[in-house]
Design a protein around this ligand. Structure first.
Ligand code: ADP
Ligand code: ZN
Length: 433
């Protein structure tokens, strides 16, 4: 199903024209209303007249997270505070929170974006959606909530936590879709199994998962355990929240709503644009935002963009799965390692649960790399030989995929802490030295 066919399937030529008009407008606005952007443009000798089409975007300066912190709390607003009707703040996965403000129109664009996602997943007016993302300053809960109301569906505003109640109401109310982090979805799957309520007594069919990186193998795992189809939803507080883009039924990448959020991929070292299809850092410009527009905001998320038309009929650009954030990348003994690579290996092997923890330390000036992973109950044993063989299997596979051999610590099923929001997969003790 397609919520806004005119936009989602717009010929690329026309989309470029629309983006050009909107870019001119937003540049004009920030130049006159936000001293921070005016100063940065002036430093480069730019005036709004230099930006005529979307191709001129590369002339504009970048914005980084530190700029939001330096202008904390309201320094980047482009409207008087009396026009701001809502504030949100990032969950602070990587440092002190940052604050964003929305006008009434910003909120309506956000819910339009989420509505497009819900339709793409096949969710409509008839359906109940359980929103188990946190409500509050975090954008996940209220973002999904507004989208469900927009399509006329029925929202169950659960928020995160209280797992027993989640399961009870999901069952009693007959939720068709569940929105939460992929790690919490796994946790719920275990809890549903423990509840003893037969799976066929639930109506659940669709998962709306995002807010943290997850691999294709993790998708399979969740789909199998929950007996649903699991879709990606992507977003970040700085740009709007969840719903910047989502997967369609073909799941060949995450469509981005580029009439509002214009994406670019750059090389994070040289800051130069990267050819379509090649990986790099994702950068967004908000083309329509009033409250706190972002000009060329560097997300630090690493991915690639594909512009070929999708089998679903949408022309909206598609983004590969996020490999991770550049600041999630661990450098261990000189080798670059993303937690998602470790996840991909663990989930390839049938002996292990999708619950793991990476512990990095420095001992005698050498980095140590430990991977703790749960063994599936059917493989759990106290026979030394078998345990050693399992450890070796994982270490060998990581050596060949990542180029680095971890110390593998096998732990009992259910001993690694479960997450109700964004999972914590890494403990890097070197940072505290
Ligand atoms: P914080 O920066 O505090 O975590 P946000 O909630 O704004 O706050 O997090 C946005 C970030 O979460 C994105 O930049 C990205 O790294 C990650 N993220 C969100 N959705 C996805 C997704 N579907 N896949 C991978 N990563 C995601
Ligand atoms: Zn598609």
């Amino acid at each position: 199903m397609i919520w806004n066919e005119t936009i989602e399937c717009m010929p690329r030529e026309d989309m470029r024209k629309l983006q050009s008009i909107r870019l001119r407008q937003v540049v004009e606005r920030v130049y006159h209303n936000t001293p921070f952007y005016r100063r940065k443009m002036q430093e480069l000798g730019l005036t709004p007249e230099d930006i005529q089409s979307i191709d001129d975007i590369a002339k504009l300066p970048f914005t980084v997270k530190q700029d939001l912190r330096d202008n904390y709390p309201f320094g980047l607003m482009a409207v008087p505070m009396s026009e701001i009707v809502r504030l949100h703040a990032s969950s602070g996965t990587t440092g002190k929170p940052i604050v964003v403000g929305y006008t009434r129109k910003d909120l309506s664009i956000w819910k339009e974006a989420v509505a497009r996602c819900l339709y793409a997943y096949g969710i409509s007016k008839q359906d109940l959606v359980q929103v188990s993302y946190g409500y509050g300053l975090f954008t996940g809960g209220l973002g999904l909530h507004a989208g469900v109301e927009q399509i006329g569906g029925t929202v169950i505003p659960m928020s995160s936590g209280n797992t027993q109640k989640q399961i009870q109401l999901m069952h009693d109310f007959g939720a068709k879709a569940l929105a939460c982090t992929p790690s919490y979805a796994l946790f719920l799957a275990e809890a549903i199994k423990d509840s003893g309520i037969p799976r066929e007594n639930f109506q659940l069919k669709v998962g709306i998962f995002g807010a943290e990186p997850w691999t294709e193998n993790m998708r399979k795992e969740i789909e199998e355990k929950l007996g649903i189809k699991a879709y990606d939803i992507y977003g970040l507080t700085e740009i709007t929240g969840p719903g910047v883009g989502c997967e369609c039924e073909y799941q060949g990448g995450t469509h981005l709503w580029e009439d509002h959020f214009y994406p670019e991929i750059i090389d994070p070292e040289t800051l130069q644009p990267v050819e379509p299809g090649h990986p790099g850092e994702l950068v967004f410009t908000t083309l329509t935002k009033e409250g706190m527009p972002m000009i060329r905001y560097r997300t630090r998320d690493l991915t690639a963009l594909h512009y070929e038309k999708c089998a679903c009929g949408r022309t909206a650009v598609r983004m590969d799965r996020i490999l991770g954030r550049s600041d999630d990348m661990l450098i261990i003994r000189g080798v670059n390692v993303f937690p998602s690579q470790v996840e991909a290996v663990i989930l390839e092997l049938e002996e292990f649960e999708p619950h793991y923890l990476i512990v990095v330390d420095r001992v005698n000036n050498t980095d140590t790399f430990e991977v703790q992973v749960e063994v599936r109950s059917e493989f759990y044993t106290d026979e030394m030989g078998k345990l050693l063989a399992m450890q070796k299997k994982i270490a060998d596979r990581m050596q060949s995929v990542i180029g680095l051999r971890p110390t593998v610590k096998l732990v009992e099923p259910r001993s690694i802490e479960r997450s109700q929001g964004k999972a914590k997969r890494v403990i890097d003790k070197r940072k505290f030295v």
